[in-house]
Write a protein that binds this ligand. Sequence first.
Ligand SMILES: Nc1ncnc2c1ncn2[C@@H]1O[C@H](COP(=O)(O)OP(=O)(O)OP(=O)(O)O)[C@@H](O)[C@H]1O
Length: 331
Amino acid sequence: MEAVTGANPTTAPRVRPSRTSAADDAPAETAPPQDAPDAAAPDAGSTETRSPRTGRIQVPVPSVVRARERGRLAEQNPVVLRTEMLTKTYGSLVAANEVSMDVHAGSFTGVVGPNGAGKTTTLSMITGLLRPTSGRVTVSGVDVWTDGPAAKRLIGTLPDRLRLFDRLTGAQLLYYSGVLHGVQESVLAQRSAELAEAFGLESALGRLVSDYSAGMQKKIALACSMIHAPEVLVLDEPFEAIDPVSASNVTEILEKYVGGGGSVVMSSHSLDLIQRVCDHVTIIVDGSVIAQGTVDAVRDGVSLEERFVALTGTNDTRKGLEWLHGSSDSA
Ligand SMILES: Nc1ncnc2c1ncn2[C@@H]1O[C@H](COP(=O)(O)OP(=O)(O)OP(=O)(O)O)[C@@H](O)[C@H]1O
């Protein structure tokens, strides 16, 4: 473990394993995971990290084995994000019910649950976007709801519904996000260029974000969430609207970020993706956590999807809707 000087000089150094220098702070250039013997990427900054064909940064191929090993190691790292009895009510509706979770540095946590389970509610309370009815959230010991500005420098956020300043160009949006999070101007240009390259947005940086496709908007929003080299990335459905090749690229970027000591908490409806990429998972149903732990512990010998269905109950679609399958109303 080593102390890291954050992007903002006024922020106290935080423990962040293996992210050892200002140069390492750039998410796309962090060192490869120590626990990844098959990781192809050598030292950060080496030309060998770039594909000779595309010039793109090359990062290790996603690996279930690596995720499992990472999860085991991460549990020995300090807790970087903690929610304690986090609750949100809307009148009589309990959208999140005493949600408690610990996220360790260097871990990749998936948050899953049926529609309306309370995932976005929980993630929004974690990132300071939605005030909890009760409970507490801390990031590296900083209380998100009593010391918001300091906490927000430590968190990178991809909210549920993107509300981007889309009359800015991609380059302007990255700059704006960096400045808002206290990143020094001297490093902004380089970080923006590296993020744009990592997300394949180099040629779009001069265009208005309003003219981006949905997937491109998601990618520029992801890049913005990383520009201040946060300790934790909290991502609500990061893969929604992203094409398969880009999804693989984004997965690799996130794996590399985690391998460098950052932590990711992301919601997704893709249980296959969560099982492949994440080392920890939290299942939320009706606002309450019904299972959490390492992916292997939660799935307990079956696939995560099978476990999810068993825990959440299946909808029997065999009954009802007969009118839909019969002859036309007008017949
Ligand atoms: N502003 C609001 N006012 C009233 N109820 C709300 C509000 N926001 C969310 N809810 C309710 O809280 C519950 C949890 O919603 P939330 O958006 O957190 O679910 P989710 O798990 O993210 O769902 P999905 O997978 O569909 O995105 C739902 O019943 C939803 O209708």
